[in-house]
Design a protein around this ligand. Sequence first.
Ligand code: HEC
Ligand code: HEC
Ligand code: HEC
Ligand code: HEC
Ligand code: HEC
Length: 175
Amino acid sequence: MSSFQRSCGQVQGLKKWTGMLCSLAILGCSSDLSEAPPQPIAFSHLAHSENDIACIRCHQGAETQAQAGLPPISSCASCHRRAAIPDHPEVLKFMERLERREPLVWGKVNVLPASAMVHFKHKPHARAEVDCSVCHGDVAQMTVAQSVINIADMGWCVSCHRENEASVDCLTCHH
Ligand code: HEC
Ligand code: HEC
Ligand code: HEC
Ligand code: HEC
Ligand code: HEC
């Protein structure tokens, strides 16, 4: 079997397996999940996905970098200054912040414990076609982003790596 066929088989296996993983995680682990943190602006993913705005428009590194990244206010302003609901109270709130040059500090939803010294990377997962929803749930349908899968679980990372012949060497994930 060529290495190309092999990797295709692995990706298909991944899709099957991760579908199951998702439902197990949603049913089984909800008690480990922290509540959604307070946010400076009432941002709704649903309002944006209904308007067909792609994830990477705002999380520009999610396919190509280690970190997905969060958008600066200037990026919000590119749509909201004139075109999209410029008079909405939440929009006025961040436009004032932009004028005063005060950055928005978003509350963290997915937190890996610093003590574990883990370096997670988005890029290799996007390359292996692991969908965002496998790790973050169906964010597109959320009005308030919250975790539905506990990402701070080494057993979860390692079993998916094992299943897909990705590396389980300690130094793959730890400094
Ligand atoms: C219009 C911009 C925008 C779009 C489009 C967008 N997001 Fe977000 N996303 C944000 C902002 C702002 C935050 C931080 C505030 C919050 O958590 O609600 C965020 C937070 C998140 C978080 C939590 C980050 C953390 O702290 O762990 C995840 C996960 C996420 N987005 C995934 C997605 C996915 C998946 C899509 C596509 C279905 C998407 N986002 C589309 C702006 C966007
Ligand atoms: C294999 C699991 C996995 C997949 C797939 C995944 N993420 Fe993440 N994501 C994580 C983990 C783990 C963190 C926390 C990383 C940290 O704190 O260092 C995270 C953090 C984030 C954050 C906040 C911090 C940051 O990296 O800037 C955003 C936004 C985000 N992811 C968006 C996305 C989007 C959009 C996609 C799909 C294109 C995606 N993620 C795919 C596991 C995943
Ligand atoms: C690509 C264009 C685009 C970008 C970038 C964008 N938005 Fe929006 N936003 C929209 C559209 C379109 C709507 C829906 C407007 C409507 O309902 O008529 C919307 C709706 C909203 C709403 C109202 C939500 C509700 O519940 O009705 C808020 C608040 C908002 N956006 C905040 C933000 C913030 C904060 C950012 C930056 C993190 C951002 N937007 C980035 C296009 C954008
Ligand atoms: C749903 C399955 C899945 C989950 C969950 C998952 N990974 Fe992965 N991971 C993969 C796949 C597939 C690859 C790509 C392997 C390849 O390219 O050979 C990968 C690659 C990586 C890489 C790059 C490895 C390299 O050799 O460069 C790192 C680092 C990584 N994952 C860390 C993590 C961490 C940390 C977690 C948990 C927070 C996690 N992964 C959760 C499937 C997963
Ligand atoms: C695929 C990624 C991955 C691999 C491979 C991995 N780990 Fe982890 N590890 C994690 C993540 C994510 C955490 C944080 C969540 C947790 O505590 O379960 C963690 C947590 C830990 C912790 C707890 C640290 C703390 O103080 O919170 C120890 C100890 C640890 N790992 C040791 C190891 C050893 C030893 C190996 C190799 C045999 C290994 N890990 C391989 C992802 C990984």
